[in-house]
Design a protein around this ligand. Structure first.
Ligand code: C2E
Ligand code: MG
Ligand code: MG
Ligand code: MG
Length: 275
């Protein structure tokens, strides 16, 4: 194939440059300029109380809309951003925008109690995440208690200084949630020592909750664990009334999922929730 393309049997591409490698490089190049080109934005997924439907917060979810490639899902560009180091710039932008948006909504008369923002392990490797968060909070004027950072179990377990950073974040008043709880390997001993407020039950356990006895057992165990450790527990990926009823029956009153709302633009948040 390379022979057919290159003149005189030469190929421009190194043999290791598979189609996939080329594609990746292209994406990488585009990604690096995505912020300055205004292609990155946030959506916000409501988190609600199951029994009342009351809004308790939103999760900020990053989106990339490229003029040629269209909307690219985070599962495709977050890993790339992590590999290239761009995640530091991206993560900072996301955090800043999320905090700014909270203040804008407030000014428009919509009170969103808190905003959850995802953090990558790579963001912990780069020195002081705590200063960055503190700077953004003071720059935007958002109260620290209204910001919740989401980290996965693997971030906590695999990042050497994660404990230190998490304690520092706690000391400036920022809340912490463990995302996708139950899918990583976590040590319950760590959980005991960390100033975490929230466990998020991973979507994979919620999906077949009323038909798969193992998923059911895991979900119940997480709810119980949260209860006995005085943590709030929120279920992610709730899509059906049946799942919601199951959660409520077992003592979990917080949820996020398509049953309540898909991730929304900031304007749609206003349209839907502003009184
Ligand atoms: P996550 O943090 O676990 O976010 C929840 C994901 O589940 C979101 O996907 C959301 O749209 C989706 N979701 C919510 N409710 C439902 C539902 O009822 N059914 C189904 N099938 N899906 C539901 P999204 O936005 O594609 O994000 C995927 C992942 O990308 C996130 O998982 C998170 O790990 C990562 N991510 C997103 N935004 C950021 C960010 O700003 N920074 C970092 N580091 N990671 C991010
Ligand atoms: Mg999350
Ligand atoms: Mg999650
Ligand atoms: Mg997830």
């Amino acid at each position: 194939q390379a022979k057919a393309r290159g003149r005189n049997g030469f190929s421009f591409y190194a043999p290791s440059m598979t189609g996939e490698g080329v594609e990746r490089l292209r994406l990488e190049t585009f990604l690096r300029r995505s912020i300055e080109k205004d292609e990155i934005f946030l959506n916000y997924q409501p988190q609600v109380e199951i029994d009342t439907g009351r809004l308790i917060g939103v999760e900020a979810l990053v989106r990339w809309n490229h003029p040629e490639l269209g909307l690219i899902p985070p599962i495709r560009f977050i890993p790339l951003a992590e590999d290239t180091g761009f995640i530091n710039q991206l993560g900072k932008w996301v955090l800043h925008e999320a905090c700014r948006q909270m203040v804008r909504w407030q000014q428009a008369g919509l009170h969103v109690p808190k905003i959850a923002v995802n953090l990558s392990a790579k963001q912990f490797e780069r020195g002081s995440i705590v200063n960055m968060v503190a700077d953004i909070l003071s720059d935007t004027g958002l109260e620290p208690q209204r910001l919740q950072l989401e980290v996965t179990e693997s971030v906590i377990m695999n990042t050497g200084d994660a404990m230190v950073f998490i304690n520092d974040l706690h000391s400036i008043g920022v809340a912490l949630a463990i995302d996708d709880f139950g899918t990583g390997y976590s040590s319950l001993a760590y959980l005991k020592q960390l100033p975490v407020q929230t466990l998020k039950i991973d979507r994979s356990f919620i999906k077949d909750i009323s038909t798969d006895v193992n998923d059911e057992a895991i979900a119940i165990a997480i709810i119980q664990l949260g209860k006995s450790m005085n943590l709030s527990v929120i279920a992610e990926g709730v899509e059906t009334d049946e799942q919601a009823a199951f959660l409520l029956r077992h003592g979990c009153n917080l949820a996020q999922g398509y049953l309540y709302s898909r991730p929304l633009s900031s304007d749609d948040m206003l349209a839907r929730w502003q009184k």
